[in-house]
Write a new protein. Structure first.
Length: 349
């Protein structure tokens, strides 16, 4: 039976606890109260909540009033948004926010964590450089009593980070794949551009694209290559794929940056008929959807996710831990039907 994507997913503010290996939760961009909280508590300050065993075990944070925000390169607007939102809400809460990029280099990330420790950071917000490679640095910060709040990307360990707040990539990839197979009319050759294969998000998105696509026996994947989340690499890989597969109808991409590269290559090759999807919800993807050069994208509510990390970090060092370490935020499938509601990674009705 043909499946159709619901027109506009309802975006509700809710964070549900993540049971092992499954589950999704709904959320929406929360309103800005405009108020400013007290500065971060010092390492010597007592917790402000009750005397529960959980509260007693909380990390105190460094003695400074500094938040470290560490992300991949801000040449990608998605990661620039993480830094911008962290700065905005951190400063509103009375912190100094220092932003750095690790460029997906775990060694550079490790050095930045050491810098945060030396700076006695209150807490760290991090979009990490590898699900396994990041664990040691996060643990080192915890050993210095500095909690880390992960956004966007998980690590393959629990009990190390104070929180792991991520988009529900499984739900989002499946939702936009539904729209794409419908546009493909449930048949035809297609290619897939993968992100960094060491990144958990790469694996989850690809698996859930295929959880939908592989139900249709007339869909044929003729190429699958990594473009490492990069637009230029995606352009080059798409050029080669188009030359080798002239009958191709569609391309599924693990993020919007690669989707934009693929769309540019298709345009230069005179193949604007190729049906392309991505994941992120960037303004660049929104523009291509409006132009008819992309079918859609799955919006990861990274602005809200980052705001939540800052607010939870502030609450944590004042004595209140998140109810759950792992938190899933629902994605929103963006197509031509609802793209006008998207701006700067924020969806509004």
């Amino acid at each position: 039976m043909k499946k159709k994507l619901l027109g506009v997913l309802v975006c509700a503010t809710m964070i549900m606890s993540l049971a092992a290996g499954c589950g999704s939760s709904a959320s929406q961009e929360s309103s800005d109260s405009g108020s400013s909280a007290e500065p971060a508590a010092s390492a010597d300050a007592p917790a402000e909540t009750g005397d529960s065993e959980e509260t007693a075990q909380l990390l105190t944070g460094g003695s400074s009033n500094i938040i470290y925000c560490i992300t991949p390169s801000t040449s990608n607007v998605y990661f620039k948004t993480v830094q911008d939102i962290c700065t905005k809400y951190g400063e509103e809460l009375g912190y100094e926010v220092k932003c750095f990029s690790h460029d997906d280099d775990a060694s550079a990330q490790s050095d930045l964590f050491d810098q945060a420790i030396a700076d006695d950071a209150a807490f760290i917000v991090c979009d990490n450089a590898g699900a396994d490679a990041s664990i040691e640095a996060i643990q080192r910060a915890a050993d210095a009593s500095i909690p880390t709040f992960l956004v966007d990307r998980e690590i393959n360990e629990t009990g190390v980070a104070a929180a792991q707040i991520v988009a529900d990539n499984a739900q989002g990839a499946a939702a936009i794949a539904e729209a794409w197979v419908e546009a493909m009319e449930y048949e035809g050759q297609y290619a897939e551009l993968l992100g960094l294969e060491s990144d958990t998000n790469c694996q989850v998105r690809s698996e859930n694209f295929h959880s939908v696509i592989d139900q249709y026996e007339d869909m044929e994947m003729v190429a699958q290559q990594s473009a490492s989340w990069d637009q230029t690499e995606a352009y080059e890989k798409t050029e080669s794929i188009l030359q080798a597969n002239p009958d191709i109808k569609g391309i599924i991409c693990g993020n919007d940056t690669m989707a934009c590269g693929a769309a540019a290559a298709c345009q230069d090759a005179g193949r604007e008929d190729i049906l392309i999807i991505g994941v992120d919800g960037s303004d660049d993807a929104a523009a291509l959807i409006k132009e008819g050069r992309m079918v859609g994208t799955a919006l990861q509510q990274i602005a809200y996710i980052t705001q939540l990390a800052v607010e939870e970090g502030d609450a944590y060092i004042k004595g209140t831990a998140p109810e759950e370490e792992k938190q899933l935020i629902e994605c929103i499938a963006i197509t031509s039907e609802n793209v006008d509601n998207l701006s700067a990674f924020v969806y509004t009705e």
